[in-house]
Design a protein around this ligand. Structure first.
Ligand code: WQD
Length: 337
């Protein structure tokens, strides 16, 4: 039995990845300090798979706690989600973001090196590309000056990992996520934004549920067909599955380089207005929205070239935008009651 540590395993993408790991027969240990998740997710994961993951409430900034964990638990691989991830908040609290996202990564890698754990999957982001010059975006697109401290922590994180693979036996894969949306088909796990949602889809579903008065569409003067910004919205379960194939690639030594990067998206871009129209179609709900000013730091368009992920990982997004949006709505409806 292969034991995998999933940091941030009670979070949105982490919890969906834990379910897929358990479906594949992996033994999962979760570390999560509940700073952006709820302990109820642990039981919800268990109710889906019938297997309760081991769970430790550890703050990865606590070096001694991280050392103690690795001194007392044997793992063969680590999937690292735990990080602060709100772009806007990172601009207001840069030092919190650098301290949390960077020091926790360093402590994790130090313990992996000490305990000869060589397989590492890192949660990165398409944010590292900024506004790419060419679309769709390939992995060799230039890394641009980060628009936010959050995006910078992802760029720095990739550099730290790359340097560590050069100086040790570490094998690592960074997955550059595009926009994860939706929820598990059981509607037992999904996105749980705390407070006012920063991301589009939870704001859409909360507006449809009557929790939010009206959706603001940030910008209608972009150089796009309908004037609203374009993103690559990928079903979170498709994204979770990309972590499984990546981990197996490392465990089976099928990697071509000790540090590899893959874009994980659908390869298709959709505008905000297209998202609204598609959501209305699949949910049967009319969405109240208004066109307002652009949001500071937003880019016009981003969608992935997934050729490398398709050919090297043998992975491709399978679920449609309609299925993703409907799953988000089914999940939201469980939250109203
Ligand atoms: C999507 C589009 C908004 C809210 C972020 C992170 C990125 C990654 C994915 C972690 C944009 C518009 C949004 C609203 C709107 N996360 N929008 N009204 O900014 O593309 O990416 O999430 O890795 O790192 O930056 O996602 O969902 O915030 O915005 O019009 O109320 O929806 O302007 O065009 P984003 P988002």
């Amino acid at each position: 039995m292969c034991t995998v540590l999933v940091t941030g395993g009670l979070g949105f993408i982490g919890s969906h990845t834990v379910v897929e790991l358990q479906n594949e027969g992996f033994d999962v240990i979760i570390i999560d300090n509940l700073s952006n998740s709820s302990i109820s997710v642990l039981d919800n994961i268990t109710s889906i798979t019938g297997i309760k993951p081991a769970y430790f409430n550890i703050d990865l900034k606590n070096k001694e706690a991280v050392q103690h964990f690795f001194n007392t638990n044997a793992v063969q691989g680590v999937i690292h989600f735990a990080a602060y991830k709100a772009v806007g908040e990172s601009v207001l609290k840069p030092l919190d973001y650098y301290e949390n996202n960077i020091s926790s990564l360093v402590y994790l890698l130090q313990e992996m090196q000490k305990h000869q754990i060589h397989n590492f999957i890192f949660s990165s982001s398409c944010t590292v590309y900024g506004q790419a010059d060419k679309l769709p975006i390939t992995e060799d697109a230039p890394i641009k000056f980060a628009e936010s401290p959050y995006g910078n922590t992802k760029q720095i994180g990739e550099e730290i990992i790359f340097d560590t693979t050069k100086a040790s036996h570490l094998k690592a894969i960074a997955l550059r996520y595009f926009n994860p949306i939706g929820a598990h088909k059981s509607a037992k796990i999904g996105e749980l934004p705390i407070g006012i949602p920063q991301n589009l889809i939870p704001f859409v579903t909360q507006t449809a549920a009557g929790i939010r008065e009206e959706l603001s569409v940030f910008g209608s003067d972009y150089p796009t067909p309908d004037g609203t910004a374009i993103r690559d919205y990928i079903h979170v379960v498709d994204l979770a599955k990309a972590h499984i194939v990546s981990l197996k690639r490392l465990l089976n030594n099928n990697h071509k380089k000790t540090f590899e990067v893959f874009n994980i998206g659908t390869g298709k871009g959709n505008s905000v207005l297209e998202i609204i129209k598609t959501f209305e179609k699949v949910s049967g709900k009319k969405l109240k929205y208004k066109l307002v000013e652009r949001r500071e730091g937003d880019i016009t368009a981003a969608y992935a070239d997934t050729t490398i992920a398709n050919t090297e990982l043998g992975w491709k997004a399978e679920q449609t935008l309609e299925e993703a949006l409907l799953s988000a709505w089914e999940w939201q409806k469980t939250l109203i009651t």
